[in-house]
Design a protein around this ligand. Structure first.
Ligand SMILES: Cc1cc2nc3c(=O)[nH]c(=O)nc-3n(C[C@H](O)[C@H](O)[C@H](O)COP(=O)(O)OP(=O)(O)OC[C@H]3O[C@@H](n4cnc5c(N)ncnc54)[C@H](O)[C@@H]3O)c2cc1C
Ligand SMILES: NC(=O)c1ccc[n+]([C@@H]2O[C@H](COP(=O)([O-])OP(=O)(O)OC[C@H]3O[C@@H](n4cnc5c(N)ncnc54)[C@H](OP(=O)(O)O)[C@@H]3O)[C@@H](O)[C@H]2O)c1
Length: 747
């Protein structure tokens, strides 16, 4: 809570302190620059900025400026505000602290000795010792030019602020909607058919058919991408339209600006300034949305992968603004003949560096690369982002706006600190590793699961569906990497189990494969680990009357935790609130029971009804063998566990090495589970199941809320999402409400 409050404070502090120039500064600057046309009898010390130093420290010059401001002040550029800006400028640039009263006196005093060059044709413009009346029409003209220039700078900051407010307001509204829904407040309102239509047409559906499953354009692997949901797309379209409007509107130019020249040059300069500053204002959001600790996740109830989608699109907008900024500025410099000189200036070189990093980030983040080499992507991403921010900082350090960079770095550092705190709270633990191979008769032999069991500190609290990032402290296991895994907390179950968190890893091609390979080649059974978490949005499944859990393969721990926790909560609930929980788990072969038997068996004699669909293996094998553990083995009594165990399988010679403290065959497991679990051969028909539950609800006398948790292969989850959307769109949801609580995340 502390950290999230700090994050928000930083963001709002930036909003409050970001520079606002226009109104007070334009008059002050027009008088200040008018004073530079005269040469006073005053030699400033060598190490100061003469522009400011003479104006602030030589009384006749100072008096002339104040007089000029007093004479040209109006409601847009009030005198007192101009004095304030002058005092601030003198303090920061002119080595002199002046009060407003002093400045007013100086102006009054100047009138006594004022000379007007316009009324004296022989006026000597050098070695001046008296206050001067400037050419007032020039001052007015300059004031307009300065006003337009500063006003554009202010608009850039203001419009950037508006986009931050857009995100804030939007996420709060989504949060309100989600929390009202999840906590079952206003149950009847949530049954409103318009609301269901809204959910069916806007909130739930995927954009095409895919969301978590990558979509391919014309079947070309390089053009593969994760598409946002329809709701996320609308949010992003609105954001992009806002950005287009804010970067293209409200430019004010004059016929011939004494500062920038023709309207064309003014546009070049103003568009460059607008897009540059606007890009900066997006930076804190970029880091906040991309970080693991983000209060907006709690507020909105949206998952991390939604924020990663927002992060990606904000970064694209930011990058586009940076490119336009650079392009317009270079043309502007060429038009003013200062391009060559600028090339040698430090601010310009840092700008080039930042832009280069920005473009490289865009290229290396392409899904094609990210999917194939996630860790390389991550390391490069962090490195380039850091250099980008450093480049941005030195690009503007002399002209302002660096507060956006500091705020961004601040958010980043806080996120890292909090991650460290999260790791520290769990402490270093020794994890127990177990490999479970598919059965030797299974068609799919290459689908092992690594179970990681980690002792849990008493003070560490989890919630169903949460995930942690795991670091394996072993040089062979890439200890510098951290990977997200959903946990099953053993304290979710009945009784008084040893507090552990369990993770069920399906090895892929990178670190997870390295873990598997190391266990197999080095016989390791334990490894020191760091655990960072818990993370992830909290689905309040306890508030639903009906809980439907649709699961595929290794997606089981999250949904199972929901089931286990709802079971353990039952004794404290009255009969009225008795909840129906249905778990539908699709597995390829019965071998999956090996690594999840200990957990599944806990659901015996509870109100959770369990159906297991076996899509590739043969059910009859288990039937044949379910009477005993004898060697009648269509099913080998191959892997089996109750405490610590390791199976090493050399697939060539079938030699097997085991450390098994007690053995139960898969047939026995099947037999024990069959007492309360229904086993079915084939893929589940989720549509039929959903319809069946809905029909039951429709017959019930009271309003029923259904929480549908889905986790498993990405295509399965996308199908379930579209199925729920389609079901809600039929608009016959008279007595029930369905909320989809998706657990799977991909980024
Ligand atoms: C919230 C969450 C919970 C998860 N829970 C489980 C679980 O309980 N059991 C399980 O088997 N798997 C789970 N996964 C998937 C698991 O994190 C990846 O399979 C694992 O990180 C792959 O590591 P690798 O180096 O072997 O991957 P690679 O073979 O290099 O990549 C395989 C895929 O995983 C993605 N990936 C790789 N590293 C990461 C990372 N650090 N963060 C996000 N994605 C990554 C890649 O983009 C790629 O698509 C979960 C993922 C997420 C996001
Ligand atoms: N929070 C998270 O993000 C999270 C948590 C845990 C796990 N994971 C990840 O989730 C993935 C889980 O998948 P897995 O590899 O374990 O699954 P899997 O073994 O490939 O498939 C599991 C089961 O789901 C079935 N299935 C697949 N696609 C389906 C579809 N479209 N409709 C209906 N059934 C379908 C399969 O049937 P067939 O045999 O017919 O294909 C199989 O029975 C893993 O990659 C894991 O890393 C993510």
């Amino acid at each position: 809570m502390l950290i999230t409050s700090l994050l928000v404070l930083i963001l709002f502090n930036v909003l409050a302190t970001a520079k606002i120039f226009a109104k007070p500064s334009s008059l002050m600057f027009s008088c200040l620059t008018a004073s530079q046309e005269f040469q006073y009898d005053f030699v400033p010390p060598p190490d100061v900025i003469p522009f400011w130093y003479i104006a602030c420290n030589y009384e006749p010059a100072l008096g002339s400026i104040v007089f000029c401001m007093d004479s040209n002040a109006d409601s847009i550029c009030p005198f007192s505000n101009s004095l304030e800006v002058l005092a601030l400028g003198c303090q920061t640039q002119g080595d002199r602290t002046l009060t407003q009263t002093y400045l007013m006196e100086s102006g009054k005093n100047a009138t006594k000795y004022m000379k007007n060059p316009a009324s004296d044709p022989d006026f000597n413009f050098t070695q001046l010792t008296t206050p001067i009346m400037f050419n007032m029409s020039e001052v007015v003209n300059k004031k307009d030019a300065y006003y337009n220039f500063f006003d554009n700078l202010d608009d850039s900051t203001k419009f950037g602020d508006f986009t931050i407010i857009y995100w804030g307001v939007l996420l709060i509204l989504i949060g309100l909607f989600n929390h009202i829904s999840a906590h079952n407040y206003l149950k009847s309102i949530s049954l409103n058919s318009r609301l269901n239509q809204w959910k069916a047409l806007v909130v739930l559906p995927t954009l095409s058919s895919y969301h978590l499953n990558p979509a391919r354009f014309r079947g070309i692997a390089f053009f593969e991408a994760l598409l946002p949901l329809r709701q996320e797309t609308f949010v992003l379209i609105a954001y992009i339209l806002l950005c287009v409007y804010y970067t293209t509107s409200n430019y004010k130019v004059i016929a011939n600006s004494p500062l920038f020249g023709s309207p064309y040059r003014q546009y070049l300069r103003f568009i460059s300034d607008r897009t540059g500053i606007f890009a900066f204002t997006q930076l804190p959001l970029l880091i906040l949305f991309g970080g693991r600790n983000n209060i907006l996740m709690t507020i909105s109830g949206l998952p991390f992968n939604t924020f990663i989608i927002f992060h990606k699109w904000i970064s694209r907008v930011m990058m586009l603004c940076a490119v336009v900024h650079a392009h317009q500025f270079v043309i502007y410099l060429e038009a003013t003949g200062t391009f060559r000189r600028s090339l040698g200036e430090l601010y310009f070189q840092f700008g080039e560096l930042a832009l280069l990093c920005c473009l490289l980030i865009m290229v290396q983040s392409v899904f094609y690369f990210r999917k194939r080499c996630y860790e390389l992507f991550l390391v490069l991403h962090i490195f380039l982002a850091f250099i980008f921010l450093v480049g941005c900082y030195f690009h503007v350090s002399k002209i302002g706006y660096s507060e956006w960079i500091l705020a961004t770095l601040g958010l980043w550092i806080l996120d890292r600190v909090w991650r460290f705190v999260n790791i520290y709270r769990y402490g270093v633990q020794t994890a127990q590793l177990t490999v479970f191979h598919p059965h030797s008769t299974d068609s799919n032999r290459e689908d092992p699961t690594v179970k990681v069991s980690i002792p849990k500190p008493a003070t560490w609290k989890s919630y169903p569906g949460c995930f942690v990032y795991l670091y394996f402290l072993d040089p062979h296991l890439k200890f510098w990497e951290s990977h997200p895994f959903t946990i099953y907390d053993s304290t979710d179950q009945f009784g008084d189990p040893t507090p552990m968190i369990n993770i069920y890893i399906k090895p892929k091609c990178g670190t997870t494969k390295a873990i598997y390979d190391q266990i197999m080649s080095r016989d390791i059974t334990g490894v020191k680990v760091l655990v960072e978490g818990p993370y992830g949005h909290r689905a309040h499944t306890e508030n639903y009357d009906q809980l439907l859990l649709f699961v595929g393969g290794n997606g089981i721990p999250g949904p199972f935790s929901h089931a286990a926790r709802s079971v353990s909560a039952l004794p404290y609930k009255d009969v009225e609130s008795f909840k129906k929980v249905e778990l539908v788990w699709s597995i390829k072969t019965l071998s999956a029971l090996n690594w999840f038997y200990d957990e599944l068996i806990q659901l015996k004699d509870t109100n959770v009804s369990v159906t297991v669909y076996v899509t590739r293996g043969d059910l009859s094998l288990a039937d044949d063998d379910n009477s005993s553990t004898s060697s009648n083995n269509n099913i080998e009594p191959e892997i089996l566990t109750e405490t610590s165990h390791l199976l090493k399988d050399d697939t060539n010679n079938k030699s097997k090495k085991r450390e098994v403290s007690s053995i139960i065959t898969i047939a026995e497991k099947f037999h024990n589970l069959s007492k309360f679990v229904t086993f079915i051969r084939g893929r589940p028909n989720f549509e039929k199941k959903l319809d069946q539950v809905i029909n039951e609800c429709s017959q019930a006398s009271k309003i029923t809320t259904i929480g549908l948790v889905a986790c498993g292969p990405s295509l399965m989850c996308d199908n379930i999402r579209n199925l729920v959307a389609h079901r809600l769109s039929r608009n016959d949801t008279g007595k029930f409400r369905i909320d989809l609580l998706e657990e799977l995340q991909v980024w």
